[in-house]
Design a binder for this molecule. Structure first.
Ligand SMILES: Cc1cc2nc3c(=O)[nH]c(=O)nc-3n(C[C@H](O)[C@H](O)[C@H](O)COP(=O)(O)OP(=O)(O)OC[C@H]3O[C@@H](n4cnc5c(N)ncnc54)[C@H](O)[C@@H]3O)c2cc1C
Length: 511
């Protein structure tokens, strides 16, 4: 395996369109490594480990077919030191290479390891762009450098203008508005029928056996014989095409809905392929824009989808790089409750959480509103530790990589950064859950009751949250209504709610 130049490909850098691969060069050796360091930094869902390793193996196969030289260390390889730096040192020595390149990692943890390695290494080490994102790491921080408040919406509008997306001939936003979010808040009541799951089945029982034998721990259903996540660019493109055809027309309208019969509704399921870079965000944006222009897909649907990709996705990445290190330690409300056991087994009588967590354990996936307004909402109201919750979200979802998961969990969902990312805490009582889903039907708990043994826990926890954090929240103009309603309650009612909430927090495991 002698080589002049070594190029490292991390498990979320499976971008066949990267300029590295434009020509094959016999002097270049590509290095890919499955390692316990990456399976173990947090407890992972089985499908996340399986999906990344299977996609890496597929990618290595494609590179070899194109004439590239690949040195691939499997998790079961006796030469595998199971750490990034240990393996790098070993391969550099064996290959005799004098030059090494790596693509900029998206996670601070790996960025630190590799930049330290580069600084200490006797050979020449170079970091190159991953050629995936619209923005540079520091772009969000630079945009807001002189502004008092960071606002996703301002960043999003700038992105639309800069990249000429959904603009009319005069450079104005298509349809006259930048944002059609107010059209996108409908509950789904059974019609139209969501698309069937047409993703191909893969049998990964052999790989799963290797992972288990390596000693890596995991949780959730591996679905090793019926694995359906896209594993290469072709499969990612097929998934995108079927989403654009069948789901995008209804994406916006039902974006905030949830339903026990349909775990995906009209969402794209594209995040795993996107975050591992099999597919580029520009391809998503172009496909949605084209569907709007050529096939009359509603503007609110196309705009809603594009906003997630060029707005939220790039924005949270910018927040991550502006705030790390240290962002992961923030805990604005000083919440310390451990996660109840049912985060790991789904076994709770709260039907909404049983479904959202249950499908996460089954598919390593929940859509945005389940992550934010069911699981995250409960966690914030119940006072769960944002750090424990961050590790849970980072482990359970197939698309979870820290640069995108951490700002969403700590910032958007838990308000643990004190409001840098979200302008108000995303919390609600049972009324919202009932309005947007069928979860409250046949639930053990009564959505309309605030106190008593069968009262929905969301209710007392919601009011108690506002009372407990009054000093930190009352001045926020976006939450005025909750405090005005609390003001109207008599002392006895408020005391009963606090008592009920305290009792709930004492027996979270039994809910
Ligand atoms: C607490 C919490 C944790 C989250 N953790 C992750 C995570 O680890 N990885 C991840 O990719 N997304 C995360 N999200 C954002 C969002 O929930 C997922 O991107 C989405 O559910 C993925 O499913 P989809 O591909 O079907 O998305 P769709 O609903 O079809 O949306 C299309 C794409 O838009 C992007 N997008 C949408 N919302 C966001 C957002 N808030 N931030 C960044 N990108 C967004 C994603 O790339 C997504 O694939 C999290 C959200 C919350 C509230």
């Amino acid at each position: 395996m002698k080589a002049a130049r070594l190029r490292l490909i991390l498990g979320d850098q499976l971008n066949p369109k990267h300029s590295w691969f434009a020509h094959s060069d016999p002097q270049v050796l590509y290095l890919m490594i499955e390692m316990r360091q990456e399976t173990d930094y947090v407890l992972h869902h089985a499908q996340k480990i399986l999906g990344i390793f299977a996609a890496m193996r597929d990618f290595a196969g494609q590179l070899r077919e194109q004439g590239h030289r690949v040195y691939y260390l499997k998790i079961s390889d006796p030469n595998n030191t199971q750490t990034l730096i240990g393996n790098l040192e070993q391969v550099i020595e064996q290959s005799g290479c004098q030059h090494m390149e790596y693509q900029a990692p998206d996670e601070w943890r790996l960025d630190q390891q590799l930049s330290k390695f580069a600084a200490d290494s006797p050979i020449d080490v170079e970091c190159v762009d991953s050629e995936h994102f619209y923005t540079r790491r520091d772009e969000v921080a630079r945009l807001f450098a002189k502004r008092k408040r960071w606002l996703m919406e301002s960043f999003y509008r700038q992105m639309r203008q800069q990249h000429q997306i959904l603009l009319d001939a005069n450079g104005e936003p298509e349809g006259g508005q930048w944002n059609y979010d107010h059209d996108n808040r409908h509950a789904w009541r059974g019609d139209p029928e969501p698309p069937a799951d047409c993703r191909p089945l893969h049998d990964h029982s052999q790989l799963w056996k290797e992972i288990v034998e390596s000693g890596a721990s995991s949780f959730g259903n591996p679905q090793a014989e019926q694995f359906r996540w896209p594993l290469n660019r072709d499969q990612a493109l097929e998934l995108l095409a079927s989403f654009i055809d069948q789901a995008l027309p209804h994406f916006g309208r039902y974006q905030d809905a949830a339903n026990t019969g349909h775990w995906r509704l009209f969402h794209s399921l594209i995040s795993f392929a996107l975050n591992t870079k099999m597919i580029n965000p520009r391809e998503l944006v172009q496909a949605a824009q084209q569907a709007y222009r050529e096939r009359q897909i509603p503007l609110a649907a196309a705009e809603g989808f594009i906003r997630q990709v060029i707005g939220w996705r790039e924005y949270v990445r910018g927040v991550y790089w502006a705030q790390m290190p240290g962002y992961d330690k923030q805990n604005f409300f000083a919440h310390e409750q451990p996660l109840p056991h049912w985060f790991w087994d789904g076994n709770t009588r709260m039907r909404c959480l049983r479904h959202a967590i249950g499908q996460s354990l089954e598919h390593a996936y929940a859509h945005h509103i389940q992550r934010l307004m069911i699981i995250g909402n409960f966690a914030l109201l119940a006072g769960l530790s944002p750090q424990e919750l961050h590790r849970w979200y980072l482990g359970i979802y197939i698309d979870a990589f820290e640069w995108v998961e951490l700002p969403n969990t700590l910032g958007m969902s838990q308000f643990a950064d004190g409001g840098l990312l979200a302008t108000k805490p995303y919390v609600s009582s049972a009324a919202y859950v009932h309005r947007m889903s069928d979860y409250c039907q046949q639930c053990h708990y009564q959505r309309a009751q605030r106190t008593g043994a069968r009262a929905c826990p969301f209710n007392a926890l919601y009011w108690d949250f506002h009372l407990r954090h009054r000093d930190r929240l009352e001045g926020n103009p976006r939450i005025g209504m909750a405090y005005r309603n609390l003001q109207k309650m008599d002392t006895q009612t408020r005391e009963a709610l606090v008592e009920q909430a305290n009792a709930i927090r004492r027996r979270l495991d039994q809910l």
